[in-house]
Design a protein around this ligand. Structure first.
Ligand SMILES: Cc1cc2nc3c(=O)[nH]c(=O)nc-3n(C[C@H](O)[C@H](O)[C@H](O)COP(=O)(O)O)c2cc1C
Length: 161
């Protein structure tokens, strides 16, 4: 299957989650493509969300499965990904999975609100959102949760093959 990842990541947390799943999907022989974007503004001032840097751009046409990953910025969806989805997301997928990373240990400390925003924007682009996941980075067992998510995604994707 062709599996795409569109990831907004400034300091690498969100990208690291994507890579854990991508590594396994590559081992299984899938055609995995990544687009990694980040804000031009390294100080995260939130002034110009439209000023995006494209680090890697491989997701250029429709895919079977799409993962969109971002992070929580001031209790909301990071502005850069918000802008990208509304203005630049122009591919479709049979199904789309969403995930977010944030610092705090509980989802209600920003993650839940940001995920609502992300889901809404992606649905408005005509995507079928299959799953959503929030990673609470300062929780002790965060890495365990990432592994569990990777395993559950691999199981779900196997059923599509
Ligand atoms: C400007 C700024 C605002 C942030 N606001 C929040 C927040 O409201 N809630 C939260 O839990 N984490 C917040 N964080 C932490 C990030 O969401 C977290 O570190 C995330 O994993 C970063 O993802 P990245 O490494 O992929 O860029 C903020 C970080 C920055 C730089």
């Amino acid at each position: 299957m062709k599996i795409g990842f569109i990831i907004h990541s400034q300091s690498g947390n969100t990208l690291s989650v994507a890579h854990k799943l991508m590594d396994q999907l590559n081992i299984q022989g899938h055609d995995v493509v990544l687009t990694h974007i980040k804000d031009e503004d390294v100080n995260n001032s939130m002034q110009h969300p439209e000023r995006l840097v494209t680090v890697v751009e491989e997701v250029k046409s429709n895919v079977d499965v799409l993962f969109i990953g971002g992070w929580v910025q001031a209790f909301s969806l990071c502005r850069g990904l918000n802008h990208y989805i509304n203005h630049q997301l122009n591919i479709q997928a049979k199904e789309t999975h969403l995930f977010l990373t944030h610092h705090f240990p509980f989802e209600w400390m920003g993650g839940t609100n940001a995920m609502k925003q992300l889901s809404k924007h992606v649905l408005m682009k005509g995507h079928v959102v299959k799953t959503t996941k929030i990673f609470n980075w300062s929780r002790k067992n965060n890495q365990h949760h990432i592994k569990q998510w990777v395993d559950s995604m691999l199981t779900q994707l196997k059923a599509l093959d």
